[in-house]
Design a binder for this molecule. Structure first.
Ligand SMILES: *[C@@H]1O[C@H](CO)[C@@H](O)[C@H](O)[C@H]1NC(C)=O
Ligand SMILES: *[C@@H]1O[C@H](CO)[C@@H](O)[C@H](O)[C@H]1NC(C)=O
Ligand SMILES: *[C@@H]1O[C@H](CO)[C@@H](O)[C@H](O)[C@H]1NC(C)=O
Length: 786
């Protein structure tokens, strides 16, 4: 464990001094583009702020009786397609009206909406409906053109704030000290809970992470999940929380109160606090790219801020965003410093797999860690990249309109799509990339995971998605090895962790539980090692695929770190090389490491260096390493190594089973018993039937007491009916039972059971199998299954 460290985010203020500003309290504001903002004030003016030339213009002077309270621009992204401009916004006012106002400042329509003030108005995500909340306690839903659709709720006391749910199918609103979530569908269940010790004044709901924010007169802000479970509660501050707002990408949020602006991580802890002389901050608005924030101030000012000092680390490189258009690269090995300059402000960046990918508002820059001087630069179609994911050979950009896979040479490789895809709601928990596959949780059904081929952008294999029995909350693809072995780890709503194979070629997906009470996970970038936070401790699954060959061995392959290492609920950020980076509940970064020999064992086994693998295990003398080797060898049908490894951890029954496999008369039988070893009974049976080894298939079922199936096969192939009957009889005798099964009674009538004949027949089957195998091995020039 290395020392803890805080990442500091800097809020940067631009005060417009030389131009006009508001002469009274500013109540609300909203961005049109990354460089332009509208603000409304009690001075009845609507101003437009341009951040490129630092100019302010009056858009319109409203009539003296309009005191604005809330404004919201009509959404730019509608149905996955992006409108070029934000053209209209809703403005609510104290006189009980809302107004639809054009970009030019013309009031297109005014609607009498509530008795008393209209305290809030919000468009839904696809722009098909508007919700308003009033001092009269009513919540009303309106059409796009301002026709009343319904009164959703009558709450009895003023509703100060409303927000739409991530799918625009529910409304969250304040009701006194409580929060209420009401679905639009009339019969659906309403949720209500006590949220604060004073009136709740503001709420917000993020569509990417589905988390809810609330702030109140009790001077606290809180983070909730969409089931109303409290995730974070701040300590009480000096003044009531008058504004709060999620950054659209769901990574951070801002909280405003009297002379105070706070920037927080999505988990609730505070990155930075500023104390500007602004009076109360009545409204906060983030730009669509989540890089800039504006605040509406009680003293007539509008303040702007952006986030700096973000930091990325990979191996010996540390990169810091020092200005909006500039980064500093430090090589900690030799203290060499490089400065990277960009034409436009940086929106998102990612550093992994020896490459830095930077998205600005208009371009994408790709640097190799070997050369910081000559980036590859290409234009972006949409701007506003919301997520960058990297794999070894490719990277993926997500923007409001779609997802795009690029090579590090800047070539567009594919752009996966599916029906009703909502790229704007994708975050790193529900989309995962590796060199061959992209996995996405379906936004239409959270139980479903879709897989796409990186190269073609088409659905993988037979096109069938993976449907889990519960909603999936996090997914992660492993990063190494061939595409045919690709695995996905997933955490479901019950916090159970599963491992599933991705490419299953018509067979049923293999999916096995590998952990419980798991909060989040990350795969290693250089070997298929998984780590996760399990019940507040760090667990390392050294070889998760062990569940597919020998489930019972799984616990022996885990490394569990003592929870005393962490002071409060940590989250894994990434797992690169041997280093795990975690963020604790208080915001501090901590590092943990996994022993390097685990990755080394993976490397040896994947390149079939079994002797080296055995040497390593003998040297390290770690039981879990032996357990991993046993299972890796078994998965690769490397029986001699598996036998030794199982021996080293004292698994004697398994050692015996393996030597039994080695003595099988043919490779088909050996394969079938290896499948039986890992519990794949059906696969074992069909392997034998396919090889024409009918007797052996029957015997396998006898050994497992699958009597009905054994008899069925014997009857179908007209052979060894007597063998089945004989074993059955012996079995019943042993337990002092009488035959009651109709089929067995039926067949035992006409068949003579003679053990001597049966033994002779079996001996013949086995020698036939041996002879056939010997013939085959002569033909294939002695190639052996081992
Ligand atoms: C606008 O203001 C900022 C901060 O005060 C300043 O850095 C920038 O140079 C100004 N831009 C112009 C065009 O004056
Ligand atoms: C891991 O996470 C830390 C903290 O967010 C970040 O600085 C670093 O760049 C990440 N490293 C990789 C390889 O993604
Ligand atoms: C094995 O080869 C011998 C000689 O070619 C042949 O007579 C015999 O039938 C073969 N046995 C089987 C089981 O294929």
């Amino acid at each position: 464990m290395q020392s803890a460290e805080f990442v500091i985010f800097v809020l940067f203020f631009i005060i417009f001094l030389n131009t006009s500003s508001h002469k009274d309290l500013v109540s609300c504001l909203g961005w049109t583009t990354a460089d332009e903002l509208y603000s409304c004030s009690d001075d009845h003016q609507i101003l437009k702020w341009n951040l490129v030339n630092n100019e302010t213009n009056v858009v319109v002077k409203l009539s003296e009786d309009i005191y604005p309270l809330d404004m919201h621009w009509f959404p730019k992204t509608v149905g996955g397609k992006r409108q070029t401009q934000a053209e209209i916004f809703v403005l609510t006012s104290t006189d009980g009206k809302f107004h639809l106002v054009s970009k030019m400042g013309r009031i297109e329509k005014s609607v009498d909406a509530h008795k008393g003030a209209v305290l809030a108005g919000r468009w839904n995500y696809d722009g098909t409906a508007l919700v308003t909340a009033g001092e009269d306690g009513l919540i009303k839903i309106w059409s796009k053109v301002g026709m009343l659709r319904s009164t959703l709720a009558n709450q009895g006391s003023p509703v100060y704030s409303v927000a739409w749910g991530p799918d625009s199918d529910r409304i969250l609103y304040t009701s006194g000290v409580q929060l209420t979530i009401k679905p639009l569908q009339p019969s659906a269940k309403v949720m209500q809970w006590k949220a604060h010790d004073g009136l709740v004044l503001k709420v917000d709901w993020n569509s990417v992470n589905s988390l809810i924010l609330s702030g109140g007169e009790d001077c606290k802000y809180k983070v909730w999940d969409s089931f109303g479970r409290l995730l974070h509660s701040s300590s009480p501050h000096d003044y009531p929380v008058t504004s709060l707002s999620w950054a659209p990408d769901g990574e951070m949020f801002a909280v405003g109160s009297f002379n105070t602006l706070r920037l927080c991580d999505k988990t609730g802890w505070s990155y930075a606090v500023e104390k500007p002389h602004t009076g109360s901050l009545f409204s906060l608005a983030w730009s669509a790219d989540s890089t800039q924030l504006a605040g509406a101030c009680g003293n007539g000012h509008v303040i702007f801020a952006h986030v700096l000092e973000q930091c990325w680390e990979w191996k010996n490189f540390v990169i810091t965003l020092t200005k909006r258009r500039s980064m500093q690269v430090t090589n900690v090995m030799n203290d060499a410093v490089d400065i990277l300059d960009f034409r436009d402000p940086v929106i998102k960046a990612s550093l992994a797999f020896a490459h830095l990918v930077v998205a600005t508002s208009l371009q994408c820059y790709v640097y190799s860690s070997r050369n910081w001087n000559t980036p590859l630069i290409f234009d972006l179609k949409e701007g506003t990249v919301s997520l960058i994911l990297q794999a070894e050979k490719h990277f993926l950009l997500v923007d409001g309109a779609g997802l795009y896979v690029f090579s590090y040479e800047g070539r567009l490789i594919s752009s996966p799509k599916f029906l009703d895809m909502r790229a704007d709601s994708l975050n790193a928990q529900v989309i995962s990339l590796c060199d061959d596959t992209i996995a996405i949780r379906d936004n239409r059904d959270e139980k479903v995971i879709l897989f796409f081929d990186v190269l073609t952008g088409k659905a993988v294999g037979d096109g069938n998605p993976l449907t889990h029995k519960l909603e999936v909350v996090e997914i992660a693809l492993d990063q190494c090895g061939p595409a045919t072995d690709r695995k996905i780890a997933l955490i479901d709503k019950n916090r159970d962790l599963y491992l599933a194979s991705v490419r299953h070629f018509g067979r049923e997906t293999k999916i096995c539980k590998i952990g419980t009470m798991v909060d989040n996970i990350a795969w290693n970038d250089a070997a298929n090692i998984l780590c996760g936070i399990q019940d507040n401790q760090l667990t390392v699954w050294c070889y998760p695929s062990v569940v597919f060959t020998d489930k019972e061995l799984l616990p022996k392959t885990l490394h569990i770190r003592d929870s005393s290492e962490f002071n409060s609920a940590p989250r894994i950020l990434n797992f690169s090389g041997t280093k795990v980076t975690l963020r604790q509940g208080d915001g501090s970064l901590v590092y943990s490491s996994v022993p390097p020999y685990i990755a080394l064992l993976h490397e040896y086994c994947s390149s079939a260096r079994w002797e080296d693998a055995l040497c390593l295990c003998r040297l390290v003398k770690d039981q879990s390493l032996w357990a991993c080797l046993a299972s890796m060898a078994m998965a690769n049908r490397e029986l001699t190594t598996a036998e030794m490894a199982y021996g080293a951890i004292g698994e004697l029954p398994r050692v015996e089973y393996i030597s039994m496999i080695k003595e099988q008369p043919s490779k088909e039988s050996a394969l079938a018993h290896m499948l039986l070893f890992s519990g794949q009974v059906q696969e074992a049976e069909s392997a034998l039937l396919q090889a024409g080894l009918i007797y052996q298939a029957i015997q396998v079922n006898i050994d497992l007491f699958n009597w009905e199936r054994a008899l069925e096969l014997a009857v179908k192939h007209k052979t060894h009916v007597d063998t089945v009957l004989a074993h059955r009889e012996k079995f019943l005798q042993k337990f002092g039972k009488k035959e009651t099964n109709k089929r067995f009674l039926h067949y035992s009538e006409g068949v003579d059971v003679n053990w001597e004949n049966i033994r002779a027949k079996i001996e013949m089957e086995l020698s036939k199998e041996r002879e056939k195998a010997a013939n085959a091995s002569v033909r294939s020039n002695g190639a052996s299954y081992r």
